[in-house]
Design a protein around this ligand. Structure first.
Ligand SMILES: Nc1ncnc2c1ncn2[C@@H]1O[C@H](COP(=O)(O)OP(=O)(O)OP(=O)(O)O)[C@@H](O)[C@H]1O
Length: 204
C-alpha cells in the first residue's frame, strides 16, 4: 500500500444469505481526500463502511487502514444515560487522551458544529439531530487519520449541514482520509472520489 493511501479496500464481496450485497468493490482513499459513497437504498453503503470499520467481515476481499480510525454510524452510537462530556471522555480514553484533553477536544468539535452542549442533559434527552452531532464529534476526537461517516448529517438543520461540510473540508486540509455516505448529490462537486454502489443493471 502506498504510504499516502490511508484506506485501501480491495475486492470486497459480501453476501447475506443468497443475496450479494457488495460484489468485488474497491475503494482507495488517500491523505487529504474525501470519497463519497452513493447509491440507492439498500445497495450496501453502510455494509461497506461497517466492513471498513471492522464491525462486519467481508466474504472476500481485504481492508487496510494506515493509521487511526474514527467512525460515525448512521444511528446508535450514543449512550442514553451519559451526558455529552462523558461521551467525550469515553472516546478520548480509548485514544489515550487525558480527561481534560478529551473534554476540550469534544467541546471544540461541538463548537465547530455551532453546538454548545448542555453539560447536564443526557443523550436520551437530545434531539435526533443533536445526537448525530454528538456522534460526529466523537468520531473526530483524537484526530484520527481515517474518518468513516455514515450519513452523519441526518436531522441536521440547514446551518449545521453547512457547518458539517466545512468541518469535512477542514479535516481534508489537515490530511485526513474521509469516506462519507451521502444521498445528497449536490455536494459531490466538493469531493475527490465518488463510489456509486448502485448495481449496474439498476442505474439510469
Ligand atoms: N446483518 C444483516 N443481515 C442480513 N441482511 C442485512 C444485514 N445488514 C444489511 N443487510 C441487507 O443488506 C442490504 C444492504 O444494506 P445497507 O444498510 O448496507 O444498505 P445502504 O445502502 O446503507 O441503505 P440505506 O441507503 O437505506 O441506508 C440491505 O438489503 C439490507 O437489508
Amino acid at each position: 500500500m502506498h504510504q499516502d493511501v490511508k484506506l485501501y479496500a480491495r475486492g470486497i464481496t459480501k453476501r447475506y444469505g443468497r443475496r450479494t450485497v457488495l460484489d468485488n468493490v474497491h475503494l482507495a482513499v488517500g491523505a487529504g481526500q474525501i470519497a463519497a459513497v452513493v447509491g440507492a437504498n439498500g445497495c450496501g453503503k453502510s455494509t461497506l463502511l461497517r466492513i471498513c470499520a471492522g464491525f462486519a467481515s467481508p466474504d472476500r476481499g481485504t481492508v487496510q487502514i494506515h493509521g487511526t480510525l474514527g467512525y460515525c454510524p448512521q444511528d446508535g452510537g450514543t449512550v442514553d444515560f451519559l451526558v455529552p462530556d462523558e461521551h467525550f471522555l469515553l472516546v478520548g480514553a480509548g485514544r489515550g487522551l487525558s480527561r481534560g484533553a478529551s473534554r476540550a477536544a469534544g467541546r471544540a468539535g461541538a463548537r465547530a458544529l455551532d453546538w454548545e452542549p448542555d453539560p447536564r442533559v443526557q443523550a436520551r434527552r437530545l434531539s435526533g439531530g443533536t445526537r448525530q452531532k454528538l456522534n460526529l464529534v466523537m468520531a473526530g476526537i483524537g484526530a484520527p487519520d481515517v474518518l468513516l461517516l455514515d450519513e452523519p448529517y441526518q436531522g441536521f438543520d440547514r446551518g449545521t449541514y453547512l457547518d458539517f461540510w466545512q468541518q469535512l473540508y477542514r479535516w481534508r486540509d489537515e490530511g485526513k482520509a474521509i469516506v462519507v455516505v451521502t444521498h445528497l448529490l449536490t455536494q459531490l462537486d466538493g469531493v475527490d472520489t465518488v463510489l456509486d454502489l448502485t448495481p449496474a443493471g439498476v442505474r439510469a
